[in-house]
Write a protein that binds this ligand. Structure first.
Ligand code: UDP
Ligand code: MG
Length: 186
């Protein structure tokens, strides 16, 4: 999916992605990720998504970047994040299930950051509050500004032990349980 195609699809799916539970299943080769995932699929109705399997299917699909993916896999290299993230995102959006086991991804920091950015992006796009800055181009710029200029402010206070970090990739009620605990301690 190209950037110009993102807004419509993401706006439609943003809300649903935000409510899904996503678990990364990580571990060395042969550690039993697939086996344990299979058991969770049976007991919890989870959906098992192997990043490697999705990439191998994509490689055979005849798409323009199929050859690039094939070459990277043949060389044991990590496929560019946007390709893998798009495959994972499309698979999740196509499903009406709400629990996903993502097997073998993220494989590096860039994978992780790209995935988070894409999911955050969808939340903003799905927000639909009519803000003029909730469009794909401006959101890219806002993330850049946040990383370059605003994050150092957080780091400054963190060095003074005045920062509480909260995992916001959860539903608002879960996040609030943690937020209110901090205020009780204040
Ligand atoms: N791969 C990738 N990104 C991913 C997952 C897999 O680039 O997020 C590529 C990479 O080239 C890797 C290959 O796909 O070597 C096989 O991955 P898979 O997870 O299927 O193999 P495993 O680690 O389970 O043996
Ligand atoms: Mg695997």
């Amino acid at each position: 999916m190209t950037d110009s195609q993102v807004p419509a699809a993401a706006a439609a799916a943003g809300k649903s992605l935000a409510t899904k539970k996503i678990v990364f299943v990580l571990g060395g080769p042969g550690s039993g990720k697939g086996t344990q995932s299979g058991k969770l699929v049976k007991e919890f109705g989870a959906v098992h998504l192997s990043a490697g399997d999705l990439l191998r299917a994509h490689m055979k699909s005849g798409t323009p970047d199929g050859q690039m993916v094939a070459d990277m896999i043949a060389n044991g290299r990590i496929v560019p994040s946007h390709v893998t993230v798009t495959l994972l995102k499309d698979a999740m959006e196509a499903s009406d299930k709400s629990l996903f086991l993502i097997d073998g991804f993220p494989r590096n920091e860039e994978n992780r950051a790209a995935f988070e950015k894409q999911v955050m992006m969808e939340r903003l796009l799905g927000r639909q509050e009519g803000r003029t800055d909730d469009n794909i181009e401006t959101i890219h710029k806002r993330f850049k500004v946040f990383t370059e200029q605003s994050l150092p402010v957080v780091e400054h206070y963190e060095a003074l032990s005045k920062v509480a970090r909260i995992d916001a990739h959860r539903d608002p009620e879960e996040v609030y349980r943690e937020v209110r605990r901090l205020f009780e301690e204040l």
